[in-house]
Every structure is written in structure tokens, then in C-alpha cells.
Design a protein around this ligand. Sequence first.
Ligand code: MG
Length: 163
Amino acid sequence: MRVGIGWDLHRLAKGKRFLLGGVLLKSAAGPVGHSDGDVLTHAVIDALLGAAGAGDIGEHFPDTDARWRGASSVAMLRKVVRLLAGKGWRVSNIDTVVCLEAPKLTPYKAAIRTKLAGVLGVASGDVSVKAKTAEGLGPIGQNKAVSATCVALIESRVSRRKK
Ligand code: MG
């Protein structure tokens, strides 16, 4: 078994679509990004790549590459899960924290867990989504940014297989 951590932050701007964990949130503002700006999915990707010792999201999906402009982060995550599978890894579970002021995530948590679990090939019980505010402090507190942190555990699909 191996563990990895991922973190990401995106600026928020009015009129942008707010995708989080592949689920569309009702919000007047949304993240700015080269891809679809899905901060939670980006944190999950980095945690998985970190656990596998396989680099980071910027190496795999550079923002200088037009291929990833407006790209679906869920599709990027799917690629990473396939990459890990090719190295003999499967996802065990992930735990995440999203830090944002608005909207409240409670009504969306179940849908986000189901969505990410489907992509990761785990049960929704293996995907934890927790939400925090920044108590009005700093750019997150002023609703100018959203951040996400993820810890992922992966396990070898085949014991004693060479990584
Ligand atoms: Mg990002």
C-alpha cells in the first residue's frame, strides 16, 4: 500500500461554471482554469500520482498544451486511474477537504462521492468529501478562491508485482 497527497487552488470569477468532483454546483461564480477548473478532481489526481510516484498533474496535463484547454478533469482523472492500473495499482480510498465560502456543499456531497467513486472504481463509501469555510478570512473567505486537499491510499493489484 502507498499513500499520496494532493492540493489545489483556483481563483473564482463571476459567470464561470462551477464543477466540483465532476458535479455542477449552482453558483454565481466558478473557478478559473486552463481545464474546466475542477479543483477537487485536480487534488485527487495529484494525490494518486503522488502515491504512485508518477509525477504531478502539471507534468501529465501541462497548461501550455492546447489539448487540455477546457478539458474535462474527470476525463483526466480517468486517464490517471488507467495509468496507475497499468503500473499494477488500484485505489483503496480517498479522503478530501474542500475549502470554500459558498455554495454550501452538503446538498452535493453524495453526488460528488458517487461520481468520483465511479471513476476511481471504488464504492462511494471509499470516497470522503468534507467541506470547510475559511471563516471569512483571506481570498477563500472572501469567495475569491476555492481550494481542495486529498489524501489517497492505493494498493497493489497483484502482490509481489514489480512496480
Ligand atoms: Mg487545478
